[in-house]
Design a protein around this ligand. Structure first.
Ligand code: G6D
Length: 346
């Protein structure tokens, strides 16, 4: 196990974590961006299973896809870029129409995090720290945030998020990696077989804003409890698939009935990725609006090239009852964990 550190563009650092099995995870201090994850296929050939730019300056110049980045203060869309806490209204920066997406332009995806590498007998990783000041982006509270990426020899990548605020505020942190288990962008994720332990998802309106309704997945292309190919939601599209741009961009509420909250498999490579989290749900986004022609590490971008599993609570809770809350009371500790495990199908 080891950590290599590279200077990037004279202003950032990239930390590459190596375990003893050959798996590597590379992360920038800028945005906490995961730039590469190398895992083997069934023939032992290592390939990169996340989307990332070839030219790193693009991470700063083109935020619109949030490749690999830490997202916050609140991941997802906040309707009308506003909310109330204890009858106190807060007006945020509206960076998508009159709504806020992914914490606004001052979101955590564009922060240079303070990084501390660590290593012990069982693990190698980095701790990323950032202080978000009261009023930043319109949010209340001075918040100290720590995100930890840990790699172990069982090919698990553990993402841990902790934070405390001196005022009651809204917080929903996640990571916005786009996974593609084909490896090296050989194909889109249409052929990915996905299982999600969820019986309900959040209905969206035409602006991708939650309507306040939870919809049963029964008899729909959103029922992943028995597993299904992602392309079924790209072709035989329901109204909700159409609203998302002929795919998925929806929050799934976990039932916690299955061993894993989600499983992604790709048959030609034999790769499998399981995801376990203590979060109440996740947004699955299938890069429906990923534009063509961006220069990624292994080739040009195109639609459906990656699938994001953005574990989080739901910002719909700021405007509707019955959704997993994003409110963090003053002085309470926000503590969340998501584990991605990479392996081969038996
Ligand atoms: C689109 O609606 C989607 C978001 O969910 C995603 O995070 C973003 O692209 C990258 O806006």
């Amino acid at each position: 196990m080891r950590i290599d550190i590279k200077d990037i563009l004279g202003k950032w650092k990239e930390y590459t974590l190596f375990n003893d099995m050959g798996m590597t995870v590379s992360v920038l201090d800028y945005g906490g961006i995961i730039t590469e994850i190398m895992v083997p296929d069934r023939n032992g050939k290592f390939g990169n299973v996340v989307l990332g730019f070839k030219n790193y300056t693009e991470y700063e110049q083109n935020h619109s896809n949030y490749f690999g980045a830490i997202i916050g203060r609140v991941a997802g869309r906040i309707e009308d870029a506003s909310f109330e806490i204890n009858n106190q209204p807060y007006h945020l920066e509206a960076n998508e129409g009159h709504h806020q997406l992914h914490g606004g332009s001052k979101g955590f995806h564009q922060v240079k995090w303070s990084v501390t590498p660590f290593q012990n007998k069982k693990a190698v990783g980095i701790r990323l720290d950032h202080k978000s000041i009261d009023g930043e982006g319109g949010y209340p509270g001075n918040i100290d945030i720590t995100v930890t990426y840990t790699l172990t020899n069982d090919n698990k990548l553990t993402l841990e998020y902790s934070a405390t605020s001196d005022k009651t505020t809204a917080l929903a942190l996640t990571n916005h990696s786009y996974f593609n288990l084909n490896g090296d962008l050989k194909n889109t994720v249409e052929n990915h077989h996905v299982t999600i332990d969820s019986g309900h998802f959040v209905e969206l309106n035409q602006e991708l804003i939650p309507t306040g309704r939870l919809i049963s997945v029964d008899e729909t292309s959103f029922d992943f409890r028995g597993g299904r190919l992602l392309k079924e939601g790209f072709e035989d599209v329901s109204v909700q698939n159409k609203i998302a741009g002929k795919g998925y961009d929806h929050y799934f509420v976990f039932d916690h009935h299955l061993e894993n909250n989600a499983v992604v498999q790709e048959s030609s490579s034999g790769r499998i990725m399981t995801m376990k989290t203590d979060q109440p749900g996740m947004v699955m986004y299938t890069s429906n609006t990923l534009m063509d022609g961006l220069e990624l590490k292994e080739g040009p971008s195109r639609r459906y090239l990656g699938v994001c599993l953005e574990t989080q609570s739901s910002p719909a809770s700021l405007h509707h009852e019955g959704f997993p809350s994003v409110i963090l009371p003053a002085g309470e500790c926000y503590q969340k964990q998501t584990v991605f495990t990479f392996g081969l199908q038996s």
